[in-house]
Design a protein around this ligand. Structure first.
Ligand SMILES: [Ca+2]
Ligand SMILES: [Ca+2]
Ligand SMILES: [Ca+2]
Length: 255
């Protein structure tokens, strides 16, 4: 019975998930982590994905910026899952080029787009630029080709060799892979098992409670019978004593 229900749930989940290659619409992605490599840089890489940007035109070494002067430095943002990336908004130092590459496995990266010195309106300091059409900092002649990726790598080149970034914001659509779909089905099946197990335990507990109560009642009844037997015994004793007393009285009268 339980297996039958489990199979039904698994089957229904498979039907629901079949053809569910892409779920949800394009969204601003919340990355799960970011790390920096390739040389020394200032401030925590986590600043790149905290959702906050410095005010435009502030200097590269603002506390909201990660900045560096070694051209080998790069940062890798992990989105936690594969997305079809269709937009990017970054805030970078205005007078350098910033290269964005993407990867599905975190090992092999391919070029995606480059933020150039010519983009944006700032002539000094940090400048926000975006490919997202309804963003206030949209750059009309900058577009990205949608790409499937889980990792985005940022590095800098050219310019004055003083580099800074305060945020990398990506938009895209989550890709539901076959494996993720299978995991979702397994997780639903496990929940069904757990619920069935708990229901079984509850029934067991209830049966135990009923049996215990019945035993208590039976015990009380036995006690009551015992007390009655005691009382009867005492009455018999009393009667015996009365008979004896009567015998003695007869003897006394005889004498
Ligand atoms: Ca930030
Ligand atoms: Ca700008
Ligand atoms: Ca610079």
């Amino acid at each position: 019975m339980r297996n039958g229900f489990r199979n039904l749930v698994v089957m229904m989940s498979c039907v629901l998930l079949a053809g569910w290659t892409v779920v949800a619409s394009a969204e601003t992605i919340a990355p799960v982590s970011v790390n920096g490599n390739g040389g020394e840089f200032n401030n925590a890489p986590s600043l790149l994905i905290d959702g906050a940007m410095a005010t435009e035109e502030v200097a590269y070494n603002d506390p909201a910026c990660v900045h560096w002067g070694v051209s080998d430095v790069f940062f890798v943002v992990d989105l936690g899952a594969v997305y079809i990336l269709d937009g990017v908004t970054v805030q970078v130092d205005n007078n350098d080029d910033y290269v964005l590459e993407t990867s599905q496995d975190g090992a092999s990266f391919a070029a995606w787009t480059t933020v150039t010195e010519a983009m944006g309106e700032m002539t000094e300091g940090m400048d926000t630029v975006s490919t997202v059409k309804d963003h206030a900092e949209w750059v009309s002649d900058w577009a990205v080709k949608p790409v499937e990726a889980r990792y985005v790598r940022l590095s800098a080149r050219g310019g004055d060799e003083i580099y800074a970034v305060s945020e990398i914001m990506l938009t895209g659509t989550r890709v539901q892979t076959e494996k993720a779909a299978e995991e979702a089905v397994e997780s639903i099946a496990a929940e069904v098992d757990a619920a069935a197990g708990e229901a079984g335990e509850t029934v067991g507990d209830a049966a135990g409670a009923v049996a215990g109560e019945a035993a208590n009642v039976a015990g009380d009844a036995v006690d009551a019978v015992g007390e009655t037997v005691d009382a009867a015994g005492k009455a018999v004793e009393a009667a015996g004593e009365a008979v004896e007393a009567a015998g003695e009285a007869v003897e006394t009268v005889g004498e």
